[in-house]
Design a protein around this ligand. Structure first.
Ligand SMILES: [Zn+2]
Ligand SMILES: [Zn+2]
Length: 385
């Protein structure tokens, strides 16, 4: 199915759509699933599509999830299937995921009569920080029928083509973002004693926050605290009223995540007071960690070994995050990475980069692994790959 996977993926790549605006994409998905004979539901979390396959005979319900959204990035590649929508690009590979979900449905549809159980194909909108998974759960994607297990994957260029990543337990971290405002009192740069300098206070806060990981976290736990934005001031001789810091926290453990926020608040508060400033902490959005359950992880590992041979699994985790974590909080499942990088072919740019692209052969591996894993749940005699 390589040629079809590539053609469908490139069509989505040419026509990328941002989260909750995947109208064309979800229309194509719904049409193809309907043609294949699935029972299709559209408009789940605005632009999400759910297709049920099988279900005539009793057995488990397995949720298979594929995300569809693009990013607000301007593409800088020069291949012939470059994005035609200004400022929008499939820079994470979700065009590939959507194509893979459709190929998988086409591959398994002929086995529909033999299935003992149901495959629930979930095409999700708005994975990129907009809470699409959460919106789909709120719209009932985990009910009627309730899945017994969930599988999802990501094409991954940090891992080379021909390899995969899967690990039991947390595989992607929980993520949150925060805004810290440090209030001082503005004034003339030549008379600092007449004002209260929020830049100096904020600079000390940034330095102090970087001690949280090294001094407050068990060295065996993985945590990231990063400040990505520091806004203050307008010119060289004015002490501003305030400084604003924005950052992110990543961890594999919600309890630890809360502890880190307690430390951020304590440090920022006391550090600001020591410089006669005040702080307020604004938005905090937490995405759950992606945690793989033992049973489904063993199923995926077996599928990878069967499809690709032994020795193609790397047990690496990543501090990136994914809203699939919300679904895996409710349903035991497995999320895995399909290696899609290739130094020789130039597929070396990180996800979200304006020149991001991946080795399209990786889609074949992903579909084959998903097919094998799904079949092991609902097809006693397997699929003839
Ligand atoms: Zn992404
Ligand atoms: Zn992604």
């Amino acid at each position: 199915m390589f040629d079809e996977l590539v053609a469908v993926r490139r069509d989505f790549h040419i026509h990328p759509e941002l989260g909750f605006h995947e109208k064309r994409t979800s229309r194509i998905v719904a049409e193809k699933l309907t043609t294949l004979g699935l029972e299709v539901q559209t408009g789940v979390a605005k632009t999400g599509v759910v297709g049920l396959m099988g279900g005539d005979r009793p057995g488990p319900t397995i949720l298979l999830r594929f995300d569809m959204d693009a990013l607000p990035v301007t593409e800088e590649s020069d291949h012939e299937y470059i994005s035609t929508t200004p400022g929008v690009m499939h820079a994470c590979g979700h065009d590939g995921h959507t194509s893979m979900g459709l190929a998988l449905a086409k591959m398994l549809a002929p086995y529909q009569d033999q299935m003992e159980g149901t495959l629930k194909f979930v095409f999700q909108p708005a994975e990129e920080g907009l809470g699409g998974a959460f919106a789909m759960i709120a719209d009932g994607v985990l009910d009627n029928p309730k899945p017994d297990a969930a599988l999802a994957m990501h094409l991954w260029t940090p891992e080379p083509y021909g390899s995969t990543r899967v690990v039991e337990g947390p595989i992607m971290s929980s993520s949150s973002v925060f805004t810290l405002t440090v209030e001082g009192r503005g004034g003339h740069g030549a008379a600092p004693h007449m004002s209260t300098d929020p830049i100096l206070a904020a600079a000390h806060i940034v330095t102090a926050l970087h001690s949280i990981v090294s001094r407050n976290v068990d060295p065996q736990d993985s945590v990231v605290v990063s400040i990505g934005q520091f806004d203050a001031g307008t010119t060289f001789n004015v002490i501003p009223e305030r400084a604003v810091l924005k950052g992110t926290v990543r961890s594999y453990n919600n309890k630890l995540h809360r502890k880190i926020y307690r430390r951020i608040l304590e440090m920022a508060h006391h550090m600001a007071i020591s410089f006669n400033c005040k702080t307020t902490m604004e938005t905090v959005v937490i995405v759950a960690p992606v945690v793989n359950a033992p049973g489904p992880t063993a199923v995926v590992r077996d599928a990878i070994n069967k499809v690709m041979g032994e020795g193609h699994i790397s047990p690496k985790r990543t501090m990136a995050s994914e809203d699939m974590g919300y679904m895996l909080e409710e349903i035991p499942g497995c999320y895995f990475f399909v290696g899609a990088g290739n130094d020789e072919l130039g597929f070396t740019y990180p996800h979200h980069h304006p020149k991001f692209n991946f080795d399209e052969r990786a889609m074949v591996n992903g579909v084959a692994i998903m097919a094998e894993a799904a079949a092991s749940y609902v097809l006693k005699n397997g699929v003839q790959l």
